[in-house]
Ligand binder design. Structure first.
Ligand code: KDG
Ligand code: MG
Length: 412
């Protein structure tokens, strides 16, 4: 089975998505997600100029060989642009192989290890009453695990608060609180870690008092604390029994997690900006994390993320694949199949895509009783409607950035 055609489709139904579409000589179509939020066109160029010409004429069945060829053959390894491009090829080839076999992909990955995937949703509010409403709304939608983010007194706009992002969207269709805003320049947000640290433990105390001890609660620190600050927060959150504290420190300095670990038993999740197993290697071996946050789309595809999870399984470390709306329906489907198949699945982040996105990408996944299931259509279970996709051309969009009160740029 030969790859006859390869094309890169850019579409922006509510937000930008980059999709690789491979067609084989017997007419099977495979899809791969290559979306890199805020830097989408760099991956488009990488794919169009450097990868598509290498794919035509290759045997579509040789997934491992093609992955190694693109990774090692490029000489310049790793990095988000390269790995998102390779991820799209890998996903599309798994899609093709599973369609050719007439099976949903999870069957080829070993079959289902569970009925469905526990998923967490994003509750947020600028104050406690808004936050409680948001938690209740998520419970009504069936979520059995909830991420909690709140506004911080004195800060106007911070990561993860839906109402602020919706307001900043200027009345455009709201598709959850996607932070990348359309426009020629990024938005500025503000930050003060001491104010955040004073505020957050009280928020979790209030949420526990209101919603009880059972509900799994998560929180994203979004790379903004120093190691000592993260250690202090982890310790102070212990009474509220978090499912995880995510990205407590910037991921580049992995030694920071040794210090955090020495001071707290709050479980740690990290790695949404990681690109390869090498980024996770030491953290896994030293048991400095509890959850692997990699996304199929940014880790080079299903092939390497499956290997990473097999390595993590040796240390009882589980998956928590990154699943915001910037992972396209194709990328989400790929990680749902993987999550269903592996033994050490932990939880799946799930932000619903917009109705417009769902018209462009027709999907077969199910959402029932707080569990996701990728469905039983052959392949990934996603069809890309090219006519619909063509109605939404690319629009420039940037993620925001942070400044402290004195004007210093800070991690966002
Ligand atoms: O593109 C950036 C988003 O993917 C990121 O801000 C979302 O941190 C995130 C999360 O945990 O979903
Ligand atoms: Mg995150």
């Amino acid at each position: 089975m030969i790859i006859e055609r390869a094309e890169v489709v850019v579409t922006s139904p509510s937000r930008n998505f980059v999709t690789l579409r491979l067609v084989t000589d017997d007419g099977i179509v495979g899809l791969g997600d290559a979306t890199l939020n805020g830097r989408e066109l760099a991956v488009v160029a990488y794919l169009r100029d450097h990868v598509v010409p290498l794919l035509r004429g290759r045997d579509a069945h040789r997934i491992e060989d093609t992955w190694q060829f693109l990774y090692r053959g490029g000489y310049w390894r790793r990095g988000p642009v390269t790995m998102a491009a390779i991820a799209a090829v890998d996903m599309a080839l798994w899609d093709i192989k599973a369609r050719a076999a007439g099976m949903p992909l999870y069957q080829l990955l070993g079959g289902a290890s569970r009925e469905g995937l526990l998923a967490y949703g994003h509750a947020s509010g600028s104050d406690l009453s808004e936050l409680f409403d948001s938690v209740r709304a998520h419970l009504e939608q069936g979520f059995r695990a909830i991420r909690v983010q709140t506004g911080v007194p004195g800060l106007n706009a911070i990561y993860g608060i839906a109402s602020q992002a919706a307001a900043a969207g200027g009345g455009e269709e709201r598709y959850d609180h996607e932070p990348a805003r359309r426009g020629a320049l990024p938005m500025q947000e503000d930050w003060d870690t001491r104010a955040y640290l004073r505020h957050l433990p009280g928020v979790f105390e209030a949420v526990r008092n209101e919603f009880g001890p059972e509900l799994p609660l998560l929180h994203d620190g979004h790379h903004r604390m120093t190691p000592l600050q993260a250690a202090k927060l982890g310790k102070e959150l212990e009474p509220y029994d978090l499912f995880w504290l995510e990205d407590c420190t910037p991921a580049e300095n992995q030694e920071a997690l040794r210090l955090v670990r020495r001071h707290t038993t709050t479980p740690l999740a990290i790695g949404e900006v990681f690109n390869t197993v090498w980024d996770f290697k030491d953290l896994i071996r030293e048991q400095l994390i509890d959850y692997v946050r990699g996304a199929v789309t940014h880790m080079g595809g299903i092939t390497p993320l499956k290997k990473t999870m097999e390595y993590a399984a040796l240390y009882q470390i589980r998956s928590g694949f990154h699943g915001p709306t910037d992972i396209s329906p194709v990328g989400m489907a790929a990680q749902m199949h993987l999550g269903l198949a592996i033994h050490n699945f932990g939880i799946q982040e799930y932000m619903k895509h917009s109705a417009r996105t769902d018209e462009v990408f027709r999907q077969s996944f199910r959402w029932r009783d707080g569990l996701l299931h990728p469905g039983d259509e052959p392949g990934l279970g996603v069809e890309l409607d090219l006519d619909e996709a063509g109605r939404y051309p690319y629009e420039q969009a940037y993620l925001p950035f942070n400044r402290l009160a004195d004007g210093t740029v800070h991690d966002w």
